[in-house]
Design a protein around this ligand. Structure first.
Ligand code: F6R
Length: 621
């Protein structure tokens, strides 16, 4: 993962670099650093504290200059420690200190052949000061440097195997930053004053600085200097780098630095923003039609006869929920695959498949790779449900539905999930219509239910005080089970994921019918068992599964619909949902599970918005 920002400017660029890093913290936050070209030397500040403290450290050390690079890290190679934090310096062979440097470099991604390169560079006399794969690139560029930084970087890149975005500058060329991407995102920001230019992992890092953005393509190398930039890429026919032209787009990126308002954490704010996020996602919908997903969608929907959903984490659970809708409403065979598994297994491709990726960020490396893998197997029709219109995922896919959840800052996904479900339900209806399974009356009924969703979610949010009372019990536990059946089974999985990622309580979800096939052995009076119990056709079956838990002394915490005859008694705690919501019920039932995870995390005192070891956008494999 990791986030990169770089700049060449006439003014002191450090505050802009640090502000950019704050907006990139969603990409990783275990350490950070900034390096500049100052008074003829390379200077840097690095820290394992949060980015907010980096500016203070830079100020104390008097670090201020116009050319610089900065980085926020999510550790892959080497522990989160200052000596592993970027920028990394190279000072040439034999230098046993990193205090001064000739080359400074930041990197996002993974260099797979770092061992081999390290051995080669050590043999040339380079001394390593970190456990990172990144340091090999700094030394490699240094080794290849003979007065022209661009030339050195262009020579180094073909030696790297893996995925990367890098930004680098050199002591001997004070007004130049060279950056490149292969497998990790990187944008160029064309400055609007004094000829300054920028690079960053995401346009959001440059919000308020420039809205003139070039989305660099795989293999692009960009040379930034004051007043000019030059993009080149390797021409495999000639073996030489040649200039390429890329479109400059005006991008109104959100700064992401939204105010918390009355909320304690961004996650809480985002849970409470769900009525608005859903309303925004539905805003332009006046009726169901394939064209909601882009021009040409009707032709594509007519051509395909199955759906393959690829996603990770929470997005995988929204896809798993959609499978129930797609098969029961649109009558289209659907499979859902974890992207990181799908890309490496042998499967049987069918060209008449609609490949659907789901992603909040649109930058998840595994999902993008799975999408490309599906296409390489001969499945050309691709559609994404994504929250970021400018993301790689949207650019890669033939069709798209952009959810309008707004920027999601909390690492644990909430409003992105419920808006994904809205997008997937619309896709279900559009496919049902194309396949002749949606009458006008059914369309009108579904649209009415969709439009009422914001109000229905608002009513569920009013259950917060009851959920807080439960969370105090949960905060004292180290394990929890989540049960549900049918359409709500993925919701139980999502509830368990939310609880484990922000409270660090071990939580597992089971389809309730599976209980007696193994997990029942775990049930004791110490085991809270959260049960998602909507008033649907499986309720009676679910009640039998609940009895199995009761009989073993397990503590049931049940989210039941208002009209369900399940009453609280010893060992059976019930919170009533305001109304049963038919096919869209998962969108309501996930909300109290989000609140339960959130308030349990608060009671345990964890870092809710930045849980340990995680990052918001997973841009490495
Ligand atoms: C969990 C969570 C993750 C993401 C996953 C995929 O709360 O947020 O599981 O859902 O990393 O990310 P996107 O949706 O950006 O592809």
């Amino acid at each position: 993962m990791c986030g990169i920002v770089g700049a060449v400017s006439q003014r002191n660029i450090v505050p802009i670099l640090v502000e950019g890093l704050k907006r990139l913290e969603y990409r990783g936050y275990d350490s950070c650093g900034v390096a500049v070209h100052q008074d003829g030397a390379l200077r840097r500040a690095r820290s394992t504290s949060r980015v907010a403290e980096l500016q203070q450290q830079a100020d104390q050390d008097g670090i201020a200059a116009g050319t610089g690079i900065a980085h926020t890290r999510w550790a892959t190679h080497g522990a989160p420690a200052v000596h592993n934090a970027h920028p990394h310096f190279s000072t040439g062979p034999g230098a046993d200190t990193q205090a001064v440097g000739r080359i400074a470099l930041v990197h996002n991604g993974i260099i797979e052949n770092h061992d081999e390169l390290r051995a080669e560079l050590k043999a040339r006399g380079y001394v390593f000061h970190s456990q990172t794969d990144t340091e090999v690139i700094a030394h490699l560029v240094d080794h290849l440097y003979s007065g022209d930084l661009l030339d050195a970087v262009q020579q180094a890149l073909p030696r790297l195997k893996g995925a990367y975005a890098v930004a680098v500058f050199c002591r001997d060329e004070p007004h130049r930053v060279v950056a490149a991407r292969e497998g990790s995102p990187l944008v160029l920001g064309v400055g609007q004053t004094d000829g300054e230019n920028f690079v960053a992992s995401d346009a959001m890092a440059l919000a308020g600085v420039t809205d003139q953005i070039v989305y660099l393509e795989e293999g692009d190398v960009v040379d930034l200097q004051p007043g000019r930039y030059w993009i080149s890429r390797l021409d495999t026919a000639t073996g030489r780098y040649a200039a390429v032209t890329r479109e400059v787009k005006t991008v109104h990126a959100h700064s992401g630095a939204a105010e918390l308002g009355p909320y304690r954490h961004y996650m809480q704010k985002e849970i409470f923003e769900q009525p608005t996020a859903i309303a925004n996602t539905l805003e332009a919908i006046t009726g169901i039609s394939p064209e909601l997903f882009g021009d040409g969608a009707y032709r594509v929907f007519k051509e395909i006869d199955k759906v393959l959903i690829l996603a990770c984490g929470t997005s995988y659970y929204s896809g798993s929920t959609a499978k129930y809708w797609l098969e029961s409403i649109a009558k289209i065979p659907t499979s859902v695959e974890i992207a990181s598994e799908y890309r490496y297994r042998d499967s049987v491709p069918d060209p008449k498949t609609l490949v659907v990726t789901i992603s909040q960020s649109g930058e998840t490396a595994d999902t993008i790779a799975a999408l490309k893998h599906a296409r390489s197997l001969g499945m050309p029709h691709t559609l994404t449900i994504c929250n970021v219109a400018t993301s790689a995922m949207v650019r890669e896919c033939e069709l798209a539905y952009i959810t309008r959840a707004g920027v999601e800052i909390g690492v644990a996904s909430t409003k992105a999930f419920t808006t994904q479900l809205v997008g997937l339900f619309l896709l279900t209806l559009a496919l049902a219509q194309t396949r002749g399974h949606l009458t006008e009356a059914q369309e009108a009924e579904h649209l009415k239910d969709l439009r009422h969703l914001p109000v229905a979610v608002q009513a569920v949010l009013a259950l917060e005080p009851q959920v807080i009372a439960w969370s105090e019990e949960f905060a004292r536990k180290e394990n929890a089970l989540f049960l549900a059946r049918g359409l709500h089974y993925p919701i139980a999985m999502e509830g368990a994921l939310k609880l484990k990622e922000i409270t660090y309580i071990h939580a597992e979800a089971y389809a309730a019918g599976e209980l007696k096939h193994g997990p029942l052995a775990l049930v004791t009076a110490e085991m809270p068992v959260v049960t998602v119990a909507p008033n649907d056709t499986l309720l009676e079956k679910l009640k039998s599964n609940m009895q199995e838990v009761r009989a073993r002394g397990g503590q049931l915490y049940v989210f039941a619909d208002g009209d369900t005859a399940i009453e609280s008694e010893a060992g059976l705690h019930v919170i009533r949902m305001p109304e049963h919501y038919g096919a869209l019920s998962p969108i309501l039932h996930v909300v109290p599970l989000q609140l339960l995870a959130y308030h349990t995390a608060c009671a345990r005192g964890t870092d809710v918005d930045k849980p340990r070891n995680l990052a918001k956008s997973v841009t490495v494999e």
